[in-house]
Structure formats: structure tokens, C-alpha cells
Design a protein around this ligand. Structure first.
Ligand SMILES: [Zn+2]
Length: 294
């Protein structure tokens, strides 16, 4: 009958890694997912725990009749110590034998060097499961280079835990045929490009930032923008610029002052706004108007 392996990855998202904007829960879940698949590949039955409390997990494992109970954690102490640590119920029991089988392959893999297996019968997940517990602290995530190493080697770690379980049960471990390549870290901060308005883009186009002709179209489209909408706005900006330029160059301040007196530019704030928008010096024109009216 297939052996039943219960994996209990850390439920501690508050345990932040010293590298990679990630945490113990997320990385231990990545490791346990690899271990679960690797164990199934070797004919084991596996539960990769999702219950959020330790008591629910121990109850589930006991009801299921687990043969081995494996908490998967990463460790923290003073930001300097590192290495694989493992815990069992007592050094003369089955838990220790299983610990030793995994330790023999995992400790040489991890980069820390302060490594040992200890009796920790007071730990809930060592004490409560009916099955022997193999409590794994892979290495120390409060040491930046170790945290980085863990994040970048979750597949090797997961496969190695599987190899240790295989060794314990006398099952021949078979590596996966394709090279083991880690997926990129999923919870790196995502840099969100600020979304630009069509008018901002059109101004950039006019400054030459997006190239010309078909290159401009390709660049804008590749960046996820609507080329036609931007080009329409470019044309609008160009035309409004021409109108202003034409108006402002054709009339002298004196001519505009006469128009002001004729009422063509309105009064008060409205006059000021319209003159300024058309490129005229409101104060200069107003002083001419005042002189003309004296
Ligand atoms: Zn932990």
C-alpha cells in the first residue's frame, strides 16, 4: 500500500525574508508544492496541507492515517546563523531515522553550515501527529544571501526533501528528466507604468519622443496605446497652435486695443482670458485702451 505523506508548509506570512520582498509562508508553499509533485511521481500519497491551524492539520493527518508528518519551514535567529535544522520527537525513534534520511541529502544542499537534528517533543506538530514527525527548517531566511538562495532553489529543495523520503522508505529516487529551473519569484513588487493621457502622449509625440510615421505607430501600439486616438490629438494640438500663431502675428496691440473698444473681446475677466489665450499681452493692450479712452 502506498505510504501517506502529510506536508505542512509554514503558515507564517509575517515572517519576512531578508531578501526578495517575500515571506516564509509563500516560499514554504512553493517548496511543499514541488515536494508533493515529486512524491506523487514516486508513488506516494500526499496531502499538501491548506488548513490554516496546526490543530486542523494534525487532526486531518491523524484521520487520514498519515505515515509521515512533515512540517516545512525556514528559520530565523540573529541574521547571521544559517544552516539546516531538523526536529524530531526523540533521537531513538522513527522520526529521527526519517529526519536523518532527509538531513543527509538536504544539509549538504543548503548553503548554511550550522546544522543539526534535535529533539523538540514540546512542539505541537512534533507532539500531536500519530505519525513520526520530520520537522524541517530548510535554512535561515533572515540572512539576505541565504534568503536569496532559498527563493532561487525551491525546486531543488523540494526535490531533495522527496529524495530523503525515498531514501527513508528504500524507494529509488528518480530525478525529473528536464533540467530543474526555478520559476521567477512571484511576489517581487510589480512596477506599474503610470498610464498617460492621450494629451500627454500627443505632447510627447510633438517633442519627437515616439518617432515618426510607421515607427511612431509601432512604438505607441507596442506600449499599449491607441495610435489613432493619439494622432487625432496631435492634429488637434497642431491646429489650435496654428490658430493662435496666426492671430497673434497679424494684429498689432493698437489694432487689438481698437477691437477691445469696439466690444469684440468682451469685458473684465472674460476679456483678459480671451486675450491671453490668443497670445496677447493683456496688460499692454489694456494700457493702450486706457490711453485711447482718455
Ligand atoms: Zn516557521
Amino acid at each position: 500500500m502506498a505510504k501517506k505523506i502529510y506536508l505542512s508548509p509554514s503558515e507564517q506570512p509575517k515572517n519576512r525574508y531578508a531578501y526578495g520582498n517575500t515571506n516564509e509562508k509563500d516560499q514554504c508553499r512553493r517548496i511543499s508544492a514541488v515536494t508533493a509533485e515529486a512524491l506523487k511521481r514516486h508513488g506516494f500519497e500526499v496531502i499538501d496541507a491548506t488548513a490554516s491551524t496546526l490543530s486542523a492539520r494534525c487532526n486531518e493527518a491523524n484521520k487520514w492515517g498519515a505515515d509521515l508528518y512533515i512540517p516545512i519551514h525556514t528559520n530565523a535567529f540573529n541574521g547571521k546563523v544559517s544552516g539546516t535544522r531538523m526536529f524530531c520527537y526523540r533521537l531513538s525513534g522513527e522520526g529521527y531515522k526519517a529526519c536523518k534520511a532527509i538531513y543527509n541529502v538536504l544539509a549538504p544542499l543548503t548553503i548554511g553550515e550550522s546544522e543539526n537534528i534535535k529533539e523538540r517533543p514540546e512542539l505541537y506538530e512534533v507532539n500531536m501527529p500519530k505519525a513520526p514527525t520530520v520537522y524541517i527548517e530548510v535554512d535561515f531566511h533572515d540572512v539576505p544571501e541565504v534568503a536569496k538562495w532559498i527563493i532561487e532553489h525551491t525546486k531543488e529543495i523540494g526535490e531533495t526533501i522527496c529524495k530523503g523520503v525515498c531514501d527513508y522508505y528504500g524507494v529509488e529516487y528518480k530525478a525529473v528528466s528536464e533540467p530543474v529551473v526555478d520559476a521567477p519569484v512571484v511576489d517581487e513588487p510589480v512596477v506599474v507604468q503610470p498610464v498617460k493621457t492621450v494629451t500627454q502622449l500627443a505632447r510627447e509625440v510633438l517633442k519627437g519622443k515616439w518617432g515618426n510615421g510607421s515607427a511612431r505607430k509601432a512604438n505607441l501600439t507596442a506600449a499599449g496605446y491607441d495610435y489613432n486616438a493619439v494622432q487625432k490629438e496631435v492634429n488637434r494640438l497642431c491646429n489650435s497652435g496654428k490658430t493662435t500663431a496666426t492671430t497673434s502675428t497679424t494684429k498689432t496691440n493698437e489694432a487689438v486695443a481698437k477691437e477691445v473698444i469696439q466690444g469684440k473681446w468682451g469685458n473684465g475677466v472674460d476679456r483678459k482670458n480671451r486675450l491671453t489665450a490668443s497670445g496677447y499681452d493683456y496688460l499692454a493692450i489694456q494700457s493702450i485702451v486706457n490711453k485711447m479712452l482718455k
